[in-house]
Design a protein around this ligand. Structure first.
Ligand code: BT5
Length: 317
């Protein structure tokens, strides 16, 4: 019932709605309305109540609540269905579990992840309330070997969304977003294939927004939006990322233009023209980032003049 009242207040877009209207619309008593409003206020929502006018939502807390996100979001597919959790193991794991019966564009968010994952089972620290821990379920009709481009679409969406909010960042191919050479965001794309077609893809995006103290193992290589000196609302960042993602994803699915995405990623690359290391197992080899080619693969040149096209993998700065 609380969610339904919140929805009505959000739909009123800053105008007053009367207690009578709410009570009639939802079939509850005026005093029940008042009790629910009181408990919504206790969650941090600023609701003004004025005699004869009713209630007005003035401000909401920076929490992930699907009705609030929907009221901000300007998309058709991505985020049409939104699932929000207080805590969860991993949003990617949950997305994979429900993917078959979910519609394309369903998103899963959690305030905290207790088993957040990076690639190859690496730990992804997901502190409560500090970040955007997000998974998007996709069902594109593309060959499985094109799936890595989804990671690049996600990276591009994050970088351009941040750029539009006044924050400069860059992409460390294939799946990291950096600010001042520190990791602010990581992307984990996983897919399920049936014979030679994709059944679904889950793209996981983890972004540190408000973290000031990181766990020891990442304190020197991680950063957050706040730590970099920007005070942005998680909801604003999230809705911008989802809008950008929808724009690039729908364009890609209808035109199949991988080169266009690759070229944009190149523009925002943290490693093209720079000295880097290519990491394979426990070996690090010095190289230079040369190009992101028309297939979205990274071309590197080693010190001995030989070059290599990397389809996936790990590089460090
Ligand atoms: C990634 O893996 O960067 C992908 C991270 C994806 C996280 C999202 S959150 C929502 C969804 N649900 C999940 O369970 N996962 C996704 P990789 O490139 O393998 O990097 C992992 C490495 O990043 C770790 O080994 C640490 O060194 C570092 N790391 C861990 N937590 C971090 C954090 N919060 N911020 C910055 N770096 C971190």
């Amino acid at each position: 019932m609380k969610d339904k009242i919140l929805k009505l207040l959000l739909e009123a877009k800053g105008e007053f709605i009367s207690g009578e209207y709410i009570s009639e619309k939802l079939g509850i008593s005026r005093s029940a309305v008042w009790k629910h409003i009181k408990s919504i206020k206790e969650e941090g929502y600023e609701i003004e109540s004025v005699t004869k006018k009713g209630y007005r939502l003035n401000q909401y807390p920076d929490l992930f609540v699907s009705e609030v996100i929907k009221s901000k979001l300007n998309t058709n597919i991505i985020g049409k269905k939104i699932l929000c959790f207080e805590t969860i193991g991993s949003t990617n794991d949950h997305a994979k579990k429900i993917a078959k019966e979910s519609e394309e564009g369903t998103i899963i968010l959690s305030e905290e992840q207790t088993k957040g994952r990076g690639r190859m089972g690496k730990v992804w620290h997901s502190i409560k309330g500090d970040g955007i821990w997000l998974s998007i379920i996709l069902k594109p009709d593309i060959p499985p070997y094109h799936a890595p481009i989804i990671t690049q679409i996600a990276g591009l969406s994050v970088v351009i969304a941040l750029n539009e909010l006044g924050v400069k960042s860059s992409i460390k191919w294939p799946n990291d977003i950096l600010i001042n050479n520190k990791k602010i965001c990581g992307i984990l794309t996983e897919m399920s294939i049936e014979i030679d077609r994709i059944d679904h893809i889950v793209v996981g995006i983890g972004m540190n927004v408000k973290t000031l103290d990181f766990p020891n193992d990442i304190e020197n290589m991680a950063t957050s939006i706040l730590k970099e000196g920007y005070s942005l609302n998680r909801l604003d960042i999230l809705s911008r990322i989802l809008e950008k993602f929808e724009e690039f994803y729908t364009d890609y699915v209808s035109n199949n233009d991988i080169e266009k995405i690759a070229n944009m990623c190149k523009t925002y690359s943290a490693i093209i023209g720079k000295d880097i290391y290519v990491i394979k197992g426990d070996k690090r080899r010095k190289a230079r980032g040369i190009d992101i080619n028309k297939n979205g693969n990274l071309i590197v040149e080693y010190e001995d003049g030989s070059s290599e096209e990397l389809v996936s993998g790990e590089v460090s700065i």
